[in-house]
Design a protein around this ligand. Structure first.
Ligand SMILES: C[S@@+](CC[C@H](N)C(=O)[O-])C[C@H]1O[C@@H](n2cnc3c(N)ncnc32)[C@H](O)[C@@H]1O
Length: 286
């Protein structure tokens, strides 16, 4: 069996992966922004964002939910968005400038070691980042440290692959073509925090109170199976990594299988997938 990568190796791999797909995220920004904006609003509500407060967004990528957080807290508040991948953050920064936001700073770094003072933020948000960390409890402890007493953290992580076929079916198609080792349920990855209660338990163990863990159901849709396939390959770094193991002929085979499977989700003139996201929040005790 191959040795497990160290935490540092995982983090470096993540940095390279997400930098590699940053231009894909910018290219497809409008499609995903329009369809996932409900998640940003949910995070803003769960983290109790309001005018004038200081917010930290972990794994901001190309600016979600940092940009909505910045609009919510207004010019008397501020948002720091952190991410490993400087190219994702460069895209976020361009968007912040286009939106005329002057209260947002993007900073590169590993969210497992936060370079901030204790009790220095009024809220923490995070969308689709925590499951990629090799040491999630360490990051949760850091969140607890930097939040002020009584302040909220709100995070979104993917629920299970059967409820997220737009991601799950690509993995299933690749597995039909090459043999992959059985996934280690504790290894960082898209579905690492899909199990109900898993992230919530970590928050409780770090001392958070009023912890909630709910599955949020939504949909996302594409103009065609081809658009779905192309966007997936250009933004989903973990799927790209699996595709890189295939020969050209196998890639063609996988593409055929993915677009065929996606066609089963045709509704009217679009391909519409269900989406299930775990929304987990908690409050640092007073
Ligand atoms: C799927 S993207 C999500 C980006 C954005 N929050 C969104 O929802 O559109 C995951 C992001 O987490 C970042 N990330 C992964 N591990 C990280 C770590 N240890 N520290 C900081 N950022 C990390 C990646 O660089 C990437 O930008």
């Amino acid at each position: 069996m191959a040795p497990q990568p160290t935490a540092q190796q995982v983090i470096e791999g993540q940095r390279q992966d997400w930098n590699r797909v940053a231009c894909g995220w910018e290219k497809w920004d409008r499609l995903f922004d329009e369809q996932m904006t409900c998640l940003n609003h949910r995070l803003v509500a769960d983290a109790r964002l309001r005018t004038g407060i200081r917010v930290l967004d972990l794994g901001s990528g190309t600016g979600y939910p940092a940009l909505l957080a910045a609009q919510t807290v207004g010019t008397t508040g501020s948002v720091v968005g952190m991410d490993l991948a400087e190219q994702m953050l460069a895209a976020a920064d361009r968007k912040a400038k286009r939106l005329g936001l002057t209260n947002t700073t993007f900073r590169t770094g590993d969210v497992t070691c936060l370079p901030f003072d204790a009790n220095s933020f009024d809220a923490v948000t995070s969308r689709f980042c925590l499951m990629f960390l090799p040491e999630i409890p360490k990051a949760v402890a850091e969140i607890a440290r930097v939040l002020k007493p009584g302040a909220w953290v709100a995070a979104a992580v993917w629920s299970s692959p059967d409820k997220n076929p737009s991601i799950g079916l690509s993995m299933a198609a690749i597995k039909q073509v090459i043999e992959l080792p059985p996934p280690d349920p504790t290894a960082p990855g898209i579905f690492r925090l899909a199990k109900p209660g898993e992230l919530a338990d970590m928050l409780q163990q770090a001392g958070f109170v009023d912890v909630t863990d709910q599955e949020f159901l939504a949909e996302w849709s594409y103009a065609s199976a081809e658009e779905y396939y192309t966007s997936l390959m250009e933004i989903a770094a973990p799927v790209q990594n699996l595709m890189a193991k295939l020969t050209d002929a196998q890639k063609q085979d996988v593409k055929q299988r993915i677009t065929q499977a996606a066609s089963n989700y045709r509704r009217g003139d679009r391909i519409t997938f269900p989406m299930a996201v775990r929304m987990v929040s908690g409050r640092k005790p007073l």
